[in-house]
Design a protein around this ligand. Structure first.
Ligand code: SF4
Length: 275
């Protein structure tokens, strides 16, 4: 873990992209009994799943109509340094958003060894230009070692297994250091994400999952990128609606949902991180 300033020192006058310019952010919802970090009592790894589940359930109800900034502020107050951002580096929007509230936040990037060079450039630009600590999390095996054990091009024969080895298990290990994670999931990305809550209990990992831009549209994201000059993957300007590993990503066609180009040859829409 890396150090970061006290959360109370970073309550900036932030602006949600859908809030009129100059309008002040509404006060964060009060969580007196679930804001230990604000009292200098940050949760520890010993926090039980039932406690985190109760915390997530209450936050989901109370933050359902909150802005992305308010949700991030709640995360900082509640978890202190025990939450991270995860990013696929399609863009740096969520890393940027969180860094404005909690500078020094850790950003987890699952470096599968199969990313487009354009994606790695976004990762490097995020690390260079934003007040965040980017941690590239790699699988135990290189792609070559995986080929040796499972045979070449596992992604074309058993993508669920490949995602388990190169994404799901590495995230599981990285999350040992945290009680919560912030994602960039949005409801408008695909039918499978249409009911994404802003806060939920991630039962698979026993963590709180925070989706501050769940209610944003693509137009909101585009506005944010333009306003803040956020790093963005150039593939998104070349016909890719969503960017993942190169063997499992193709351009999307007119009328397709943004994630239609992911695992297009399979009946698979998620890598397993969000299911
Ligand atoms: Fe493997 Fe494709 Fe999953 Fe990447 S997206 S881990 S290449 S199956």
């Amino acid at each position: 873990m890396t150090g970061r300033g006290p959360v109370s020192a970073v309550h900036l006058g932030l602006v949600d992209p859908r809030r009129p310019a100059g309008a002040a952010a509404a006060p964060t919802a009060a969580f007196p009994e679930v804001a230990p970090a604000a009292r200098g009592e940050a949760p520890t790894a010993a926090d039980s799943a039932p406690r985190l589940r109760a915390l997530a359930d209450r936050a989901a109800a109370e933050l359902a109509g909150a802005s992305a900034t308010e949700i991030v502020r709640w995360a900082g107050e509640t978890f202190g340094t025990r939450f991270c951002v995860t990013s696929s580096m399609a863009d740096g929007v969520v890393a940027h958003l969180v860094s404005r509230v909690v500078p020094g936040v850790e950003v987890i990037f699952l470096d599968t060894g199969l990313h487009f060079p354009q994606t790695l450039r976004v990762r490097d630009e995020v690390a260079r230009t934003l007040p965040v600590v980017v941690r590239s999390v790699r699988p135990p095996q290189t792609v070559g070692q995986q080929d040796g054990e499972y045979g070449p091009r596992l992604f074309h024969r058993a993508p669920d297994e490949c995602c388990r080895l190169r994404k799901v298990e590495p995230l599981q290990r990285a999350m040992r250091d945290f009680d919560a994670w912030v994602t960039g999931l949005r409801r408008d990305e695909s039918p499978t994400r249409a009911h994404t809550p802003v806060v939920a209990f991630d039962a698979a990992r026993g963590k709180v999952k925070i989706n501050p831009i769940a209610g944003w549209t693509q137009a909101d994201v585009d506005d944010y990128i333009a306003r803040w000059k956020v790093p963005v993957n150039e593939l998104l300007r070349q016909g890719y609606g969503s960017v993942g590993c190169w063997p499992c990503t193709r351009r999307t066609r007119a009328g397709e949902d943004p994630r239609a180009g992911r695992w297009a040859m399979f009946d698979k829409t998620e890598c397993g991180l969000h299911t």
